[in-house]
Design a binder for this molecule. Structure first.
Ligand code: F6P
Length: 344
C-alpha cells in the first residue's frame, strides 16, 4: 500500500518515534511505500512530501519535534481545501493517511473521513493529555517530567530565599500537566482550568504554611486556570489566527496578587515551550512506538475513521467520532482526593 503520514498541531516529544514505528513495520512487515507530508494539512493540499524509509528514520527515536514539520490549521480553512486533499489522494495514489495530532487535527481527520470518504487513521498526540478516548497521549509523560525537574530545582532556590514561586505550565483547557507535575513536585497548591481558583484561599494556604515555619512554597498553575468570577481581575483574551486563545502569563498576575495580599516575596516562572522540546522519556518512546505499530496495523485491517488509543494497558482502535469536539478534563478524583491532600 502507499501510506501517507502527517503531523499536525503543536509539536510534541515522540512524534518522530511514531513515524519511525509506522515506517519500520509498514516497510519491513507489510511491504508498504511510505511518504511524509510536510507541514501538516498544508503539505497534503499542496502535495509537498518526502519519501520515508527505514534508513531515513535512523537516529529519530530519541529526537524531539517532528522531521515533517507541523502547523495548526485545517484544509477547511481554504475554500478549495477539501477538494485539494481529495486530489492529492488521487494524484499520489494514496491508499491511506495516518494523521498524528491532537484535538484539532483529529477532528479534521474525522471530517475528512466522513465528508470525503477518505481512508484515514488517527494517532493521539499532545503534551496536554486532553484527547478523549485514550487513557494517555504520547508527549504528556515527557512534559510532566520536564515540569517536575523544573519544580525540583525551584524548591531549592525558593527555600534559600524564603520565597513563593508560581510556576506556570501548559494546559489550555485541562490541568493534566499541572496536576501530575504538582503532585510529583510537592506543590503547595495546584490551579487548573477545571476548577476556578479563589486567590484568597491560595493566600490562606500560604499564610498557614508560614505560621508553621515553612517560608518557601511552590504554586503550580496551568496556563488556562481562571479565578472565581469577581475575585481577581481576569486576563484579557488574545486569539491566534486559528481562533485558539493564546495563553501564557496567568502566573504573573497570580504572583503579583499573592505578594500584594500576603507580603511574601513572590516570583513567577513560565515554563512555556520548554515542556514540548527535546527528547521523549522512555515511557513516551515506548508508547509512541506502540501507537505507530498499531496505526499501520489499523491501516492493514482497514479500520478507517478510527484512532489508536491506550485503554487499561492495551493499545486498540476507537472511532474518531468519540473524540471529536471534546476535551478530556483532569480526573477530578485525582485532584481532590490525592493532590489536595498535600496542599498547604
Ligand atoms: O499543543 C498544545 C499546547 O502546547 C498547549 O498546551 C499550548 O497552549 C499551546 O499548545 C501553545 O501553542 P503554540 O505553540 O501555538 O504557542
Amino acid at each position: 500500500m502507499r501510506v501517507g503520514i502527517l503531523t499536525g498541531g503543536g509539536d510534541c516529544p515522540g512524534l518522530n518515534a511514531v513515524i519511525r514505528a509506522i515506517v519500520r513495520k509498514g516497510e519491513l512487515v507489510y511491504g508498504d511505500e511510505l511518504i511524509g507530508f510536510h507541514d501538516a494539512w498544508d503539505g497534503v493540499r499542496e502535495q509537498r512530501y518526502m519519501p520515508l524509509d527505514v534508513s531515513s528514520l535512523r537516529g529519530m527515536l530519541p529526537r524531539g519535534g517532528t522531521l515533517l514539520g507541523t502547523r495548526r490549521g485545517s484544509p477547511y480553512d481554504h475554500a478549495d481545501g477539501p477538494q485539494q486533499v481529495r486530489q492529492a489522494f488521487a494524484d499520489l495514489g494514496l491508499d491511506a493517511l495516518v494523521v498524528i495530532g491532537g484535538n484539532g487535527s483529529l477532528t479534521v481527520a474525522s471530517k475528512v473521513h466522513d465528508d470525503l470518504g477518505l481512508p484515514v487513521i488517527g494517532v493521539p498526540k499532545t503534551i496536554d493529555n486532553d484527547v478523549v478516548g485514550t487513557d494517555i497521549t504520547f508527549g504528556f509523560n515527557t512534559a510532566v517530567q520536564i515540569a517536575t525537574d523544573a519544580i525540583d530545582r525551584l524548591h531549592t532556590t525558593a527555600e534559600s530565599h524564603d520565597r513563593v514561586m508560581v510556576v506556570e505550565v501548559m494546559g489550555r483547557h485541562s490541568g493534566w500537566i499541572a496536576t501530575h507535575a504538582g503532585i510529583a513536585g510537592g506543590a503547595t497548591a495546584i490551579l487548573i482550568p477545571e476548577q476556578p481558583f479563589d486567590i484568597e484561599a491560595v493566600c490562606a494556604l500560604l499564610r498557614r504554611r508560614h505560621e508553621r515555619g515553612r517560608y518557601a512554597s511552590i504554586v503550580v498553575v496551568a496556563e488556562g486556570a481562571e479565578p472565581v468570577e469577581g475575585t481577581m481581575r481576569a486576563r484579557d483574551r488574545v486569539y491566534d489566527q486559528f481562533g485558539h486563545v493564546r495563553l501564557g502569563g496567568v502566573a504573573e498576575t497570580i504572583a503579583h496578587a499573592i505578594e500584594e495580599r500576603t507580603g511574601f516575596e513572590t516570583r513567577m516562572v513560565l515554563l512555556g515551550h520548554i515542556q514540548r522540546g527535546g527528547t521523549p522519556t522512555a515511557f513516551d518512546r515506548v508508547l509512541s512506538t506502540r501507537y505507530g505499530v498499531a496505526a499501520i496495523d489499523a491501516v492493514h485491517v482497514g479500520a478507517w475513521g478510527s484512532m489508536v488509543a491506550l485503554r487499561g494497558g492495551d493499545v486498540l482502535t476507537v472511532p474518531l467520532h468519540e473524540t471529536v469536539g471534546k476535551t478530556r478534563p483532569v480526573d477530578m478524583h485525582l485532584y481532590h482526593e490525592v493532590a489536595e491532600v498535600f496542599f498547604g
